[in-house]
Design a protein around this ligand. Structure first.
Ligand code: ADP
Ligand code: MG
Ligand code: MG
Length: 248
């Protein structure tokens, strides 16, 4: 699904990613952990194609295709989803209407016709039931006055509707409460399948109590310095990051 080879990236002439190698196969969930400032959010931004980052070396392949030169929208249309892509508040535009527009724009960019209204409604109904999202929520104005949990619910709903091949959830928000964690975890667990892959980026082990990853990687100083199974997350919980820092 995703193959990252020797990825180097800079921001404002400062090298942040210093040779990342990562293989993510369909059906897998990978967690990327690491101390603050190690480059986790930079990695997700670079995969999504955010323009303030410059790739100076290496490759990002999605299903074998080098997407390194693609604009963020093109990557999204190819099936890359990054959480918090649409954090904007849009008064007067409901969660549902925003979603309809996003879906149809994606389809147009992929050369498909708009989704017929009845099919759209059916999909909205199915996905919202799957994620236990109630109707009242769907008619609220996008992100207006949303709590942390509601923002997460909206984000997971977007992910469910867009059915990405590769979903990257960057859980930067240290203020995530248990409810919000459960919403994210529940959504990921319901949406994970043999046809998609998920990368969960988190500073905290706690999220991984709910989303059980197949692989855990530790990013430190712009490199993946350790990889393992889910037990690595527990080891980090117990020992912190200092031993990683002293080894590298
Ligand atoms: P993490 O998500 O692991 O906490 P980040 O990727 O946010 O780490 O940051 C890694 C380093 O890159 C930090 O030193 C941060 O200050 C720097 N950095 C990230 N994005 C930018 C940016 N847009 N402009 C300047 N520096 C940045
Ligand atoms: Mg940070
Ligand atoms: Mg971050």
């Amino acid at each position: 699904m995703l193959s990252i080879k020797n990825l180097h990236a800079s921001v404002e002439d400062k090298e942040i990613l210093r040779g990342i190698n990562l293989e993510v196969k369909a059906g897998e969930v990978h967690a990327i952990m690491g101390p603050n400032g190690s480059g986790k959010s930079t990695l997700s931004s670079v995969i999504a194609g955010k323009e303030e980052y410059t790739v100076t070396d290496g490759q990002i392949l999605l299903e074998g295709e080098d997407i390194g030169d693609f604009a963020p929208e093109e990557r999204a249309h190819k099936g890359v989803f990054l959480s918090f892509q649409y954090p904007v508040e849009i008064p007067g535009v409901s969660v549902t209407n925003f979603m309809k527009t996003a879906i149809n724009e994606t389809r147009k960019a992929q050369g498909h016709e708009e989704m017929p209204a009845n099919e759209m409604l059916k999909m909205i109904r199915e996905k919202s039931e799957l994620l236990e999202i109630d109707r009242k929520f769907l008619s609220r104005s996008l992100n207006e006055g949303f709590s942390g949990g509601e923002k997460k619910r909206n984000e997971i709903f977007q992910m469910a509707m867009l059915e990405p091949k590769l979903a990257i959830l960057d859980e930067t928000d240290s203020g995530l409460d248990i409810d919000a964690l459960r919403i994210v975890a529940n959504g990921v667990n319901k949406l994970r399948s043999e046809d998609n892959a998920v990368i969960v980026i988190t500073h905290y082990q706690r999220l991984l109590d709910y989303i059980v990853p197949d692989f855990v990687h530790v990013l430190y100083n712009g490199k993946i310095v350790k990889s393992g199974g889910k037990e690595l997350a527990y080891e980090l919980e117990e020992k912190g990051y200092d031993w990683i820092k002293s080894e590298n």
